[in-house]
Design a protein around this ligand. Structure first.
Ligand code: ADP
Ligand code: MG
Length: 723
């Protein structure tokens, strides 16, 4: 029977977990809650760590502060209520020689879980409490009666009703029934032999067995290396392939570089381009003059001058007799861009041989949902006739009614707020079937390897330098009130008086309200409460505005405009002001409960000040309660380099949040980590490029092509047209 066809992941996907011995209806639905419904799901549910019975720690051998995994038996468990409705569960356990206490805060269910006599593996840091060994909130795994020297510990959910040992049993059974018994088959290996050999990677069947049923540590690391490569390689082949398909199947707009408009624009700038801007513009111009449409990401820290680069890309389009569009995620940002860009483009003329003067003024329009009926009609007319050269707008630009005479360049600002479909909608705006060049701008820098993964189908330009003469932003951490054992929070008082002084001298300030993840409603309530409290005391007598998620778009714009005109001194806001808002007169930023925000968010928030000629200050009010919260605050205080902060962020948070929208579902990285496996990302991309150079349509790598289709979850045709 060993000659049967190897099994593909798609074939395993067709086998329901319910077919495994021991998986009845109850376990079946428990597994479903963990999103483990078929053998592919199950076999790619990898252990999160391993317990080596031969290297077990004993409680007595540990020193305080040491982290360890210990196999214990539960002696007794009790729970009691603490003040503030908190629950404390304590469990006395033994490793056979010494005893230790486990304490759990707010995990009432542990009382039921840790019954006397139960064997469990605990992982945590050894503490000493009144001279006795203790662990607080350790990770607890139940391995049941598993045998073997090395025991895999699976991500599990006690509450879902599946334990790590259940998972080990089901996975062991799945492996036995598919690949480990003598009559069984092997797994399809989509990685080309040569790619594998050069890297010394084991085949997929070996890796699958090695990761789930290892006999030694070397087997685990070989298996892991192979499976990590699997995930990253598959991802890179898909991305590089999509990029190439776009390049070869789409007909771009013919641009002309070095035209008169660009020349006039360059001559009109009151400053020299930064070297980074020059580089980015050269890269973009090179793309524009290619026959294939551009798909480029422009990454640049807050204030690095992305707008100017975008304008250059748009003017190149107009120089070649085409039009350009810039799409922003909100009305406020679109309006702001419209003001800034009109300013930059003032006085520029478009050559027009047919007119008496031989030229006409460059026409720039703003189109949002607020645009009035008559204006809208006029602008739509200008876009379809070609009389409008540049249009700046919001989602309103995506509407079907908006047709262009010839759309040459599209700039999308802050793309993480736009989906892939919306990008696609913009590409279909030309009646002649040509596809405009697309430049995506983001002010959220991400590390190179992450960019390769998240934006692997785009080329990337980076603005890694700020224009000269920027005033720096002094960033300071201020302890929140009430945490210093009755001490008067002098720092805090000082902060508010500095804010008032800045306002007295004509400056403006932002106050960012605490972030409340659980619900928008709570966040709004908290913002309103903050507003009431501050206007009654610290900000009494100042002109203060309030912005939050429940303020209607219209009112929000009104508040923003009022603030921009200087008719408000202070803007109290939730993170709705996070991206791109540009009011140079605002020089003070206060972030309340700053330890609750992510690093990227804090950096963006801070970027709202320091935009004018005056020195700015950013106060982070926080009493961090977690090591991560503290690390985030320290990082922001210590650095204002967005790329350096992005690296730290990746270290602290992992990749989930970065991958966000772009990588969902089956295509998730299950084992690979963009942090730990940075080099593999780069290597996998290299391997993907090599492979596709040699075999662009994968006709000689059918197993790989088939697997990519499976992971992309689409039919052939859709897969080919994607983008
Ligand atoms: P961001 O990358 O955050 O969008 P902007 O494009 O808004 O940055 O530019 C920030 C500010 O820097 C603007 O006021 C812009 O006029 C100015 N600026 C851009 N490029 C330069 C340069 N090369 N030299 C001096 N100032 C510049
Ligand atoms: Mg900007």
């Amino acid at each position: 029977m060993g000659s049967l066809e190897p099994l593909s992941l798609r074939a395993l996907f067709e086998i329901d977990v319910g077919q495994l011995r021991g998986v009845g209806p109850k376990k079946r639905s428990a597994l479903a809650r963990l999103e483990l419904e078929n053998l592919t799901d199950l076999l790619t549910h990898y252990p999160r760590r391993y317990l080596d019975r031969t290297r077990q720690a004993a409680i007595a051998d540990l020193t305080e502060g040491e982290e360890a995994t210990i196999v214990v038996e539960v002696l007794r468990t009790e729970s009691r209520r603490l003040r503030g409705n908190r629950v404390l569960v304590t469990s006395m356990v033994t490793d056979g020689q010494s005893r230790m206490t486990l304490t759990f805060f707010n995990q009432g269910w542990r009382e039921r879980q840790l019954r006397a006599g139960l064997e469990a593996i605990v992982f945590g840091k050894l503490e000493s409490f009144r001279g006795r060994p203790q662990m607080t909130n350790p990770v607890v795994d139940l391995v049941g009666n598993q045998t073997g020297k090395i025991i895999p510990v699976y991500p599990q959910s006690e509450k879902a009703g599946v334990t790590s040992s259940d998972l080990a049993n089901f996975i062991g059974e799945a492996l036995r029934r598919t690949i480990t018994n003598p009559d069984a088959r092997s797994l399809v290996d989509p990685i080309p032999e040569q790619t594998r050999r050069r890297r010394g990677l084991v085949d997929r069947s070996t890796a699958m067995v090695g990761i789930h049923l290892p006999e030694d540590h070397e087997q685990i690391s070989d298996a892991r290396r192979r499976l990590v490569f699997d995930e990253l390689f598959r991802m890179q082949v898909a991305l590089v392939r999509r990029k190439r398909l776009l390049e070869t199947t789409q007909r771009g707009v013919a641009h002309r570089s070095g035209g008169p408009l660009m020349a006039a624009f360059a001559a009109s700038l009151p400053f020299a381009l930064t070297a980074a801007q020059g580089r980015a513009i050269a890269e973009i111009t090179a793309d524009l003059t290619q026959p294939a449409p551009m798909h480029r990401l422009l990454q640049g820290d807050v204030g690095s001058g992305k707008t100017l680069v975008a304008v250059a890309a748009m003017l190149t389009a107009v120089d070649g007799d085409h039009q350009a569009a810039l799409m922003a995620p909100t009305e406020v940002l679109a309006e702001q861009h419209s003001i800034g860009i009109r300013d930059l483009l003032q006085g520029l003329d478009v050559p027009e041989p047919s007119s008496l003067l031989g030229s006409r003024p460059l026409s720039v329009e703003l189109l949002t949902s607020r645009t009035s009926g008559p204006d809208r009609k006029r602008i739509l007319g200008g876009l379809s006739s070609g009389l409008t050269d540049v249009v700046i707008g919001t989602h309103a630009l995506l509407q079907e009614r908006v047709q262009f005479h010839s759309l040459g360049t599209v700039v999308i600002d802050e793309q993480h707020r736009f989906g892939v479909e919306q990008r696609a909608a913009l590409r279909n705006k030309n009646l002649d079937g040509t596809v405009p060049d697309v430049l995506v701008m983001t002010a959220t820098p991400i590390p190179r390897t992450a960019a390769m993964t998240v934006y692997g189908d785009l080329d990337v330009s980076v603005l890694d330098e700020l224009p000269p003469g920027r005033t720096s932003i002094a960033t300071q951490h201020v302890e929140a009130a009430g945490t210093l054992d009755g001490q008067v929070p002098l720092e805090l008082e000082h902060m508010w008086s500095e804010l008032r002084e800045a306002v007295a001298s004509g400056r403006q300030a932002y106050v960012v309200c605490p972030l409340i993840d659980e619900s928008e409603k709570l966040e709004v309530a908290s913002a309103e409460e903050t507003f009431e409290r501050l206007t009654a005391r610290e900000l009494h007598g100042l002109r203060v505005g309030l912005l939050h998620g429940r303020v209607s778009a219209d009112d929000r714009d009104t508040v923003m405009r009022t603030f921009r005109r200087g008719e408000l001194d202070v803007l109290i806001s939730t993170t709705v002001i996070e991206v791109g808002v540009d009011v140079p007169n605002a020089t003070v930023m206060v972030v309340l409960d700053a330890d609750r925000f992510g690093i990227a968010q804090l950096h963006q928030l801070r970027g709202r000040v320091g935009r004018g000629a005056d020195a700015s200050v950013c106060w982070l009010v926080a009493s961090p309660t977690t090591p991560d919260g503290e690390a985030r605050i320290n990082a922001i205080v210590d650095s204002d380099d967005g790329f350096a902060l992005a690296e730290i962020d990746l270290e602290l948070r992992g990749e989930g949040t970065i991958l966000g929208e772009r990588q969902k579902g089956r295509n998730d990285l299950k084992l690979a980590s963009l942090r730990r496996d940075r080099e593999v990302v780069v290597d996998a991309r290299r391997a993907a490029v090599e492979l596709l150079d040699a075999d662009p349509d994968l006709s000689e790598h059918l197993a790989l092509a088939e697997e990519l289709r499976f992971f992309s979850d689409e039919s052939d045709e859709e897969f080919l047209l994607k983008g």
